[in-house]
Design a protein around this ligand. Structure first.
Ligand SMILES: Cc1cc2nc3c(=O)[nH]c(=O)nc-3n(C[C@H](O)[C@H](O)[C@H](O)COP(=O)(O)O)c2cc1C
Length: 177
């Protein structure tokens, strides 16, 4: 089974995850590449598709590529600015998952927090006024937390995600024998 890791990363967070995913894939029949408008939809049997969160979803090239895959096993991984919100992560996952055609086997998603550019914090500081002070301070706290991610625990989490997927595939194949 050939495994392809494809990822889009603007500032390096998702790339860190992608490298951890690649290392955790057993065997040697695997490849890793950043997205640069690939139009080959037959690069693997199992795909790990990595994204940075852009307005609650993935960027267009990732969604376009996902929508073109057929008859594959597909797992998603990504980073976003928002921390510790399983409900929000679920929403991101659902927003992206709808692009995957039904003839693929969807294997799940792993999402964690990733740091944001300093300009975002400056914007929050600038926007702060007496009416929104509490909300802006919560956003700034979230920003400061994000600066530490992805951390070792996030990378361990994504490695376990990969491990679980291979275990699931092994069981599926055993059942089909
Ligand atoms: C234009 C833009 C839109 C973003 N939209 C969201 C968003 O909707 N939700 C969120 O949690 N983070 C959002 N972020 C934060 C990034 O998803 C986050 O910093 C991510 O880890 C960047 O990954 P990368 O380093 O792989 O590019 C946005 C960042 C940018 C630049």
């Amino acid at each position: 089974m050939r495994t392809q890791v494809l990822y889009k990363s603007r500032t390096g967070n998702t790339e860190k995850l992608a490298k951890a995913v690649f290392e955790a894939i057993p065997g040697t029949d695997k490849d890793i590449a950043p997205f640069h408008g690939q139009t080959d939809y037959n690069m693997g049997d199992l795909y790990f598709i990595g994204f940075w969160t852009d307005r609650g979803s993935a960027s267009v090239e990732v969604l376009d590529y996902l929508g073109s895959l057929q008859g594959k096993r597909i797992a998603l991984f990504g980073t976003c600015g928002m921390g510790q919100s399983p409900e929000y992560y679920k929403k991101i996952e659902e927003n992206i998952r709808v692009f995957i055609e039904d003839d693929n086997e969807y294997m799940g998603a792993y999402i964690c927090q990733g740091k944001m550019p300093m300009a975002v914090r400056e914007k929050y500081e600038h926007m702060k006024n007496p009416q929104n002070e509490k909300q802006m301070e919560a956003m700034i706290r979230n920003f400061d937390m994000a600066m530490l991610h992805p951390d070792e625990a996030d990378l361990k989490g994504v490695r376990n995600f990969v491990k679980d997927i291979f275990e699931k595939i092994r069981k599926e194949e055993q059942e089909n024998e």
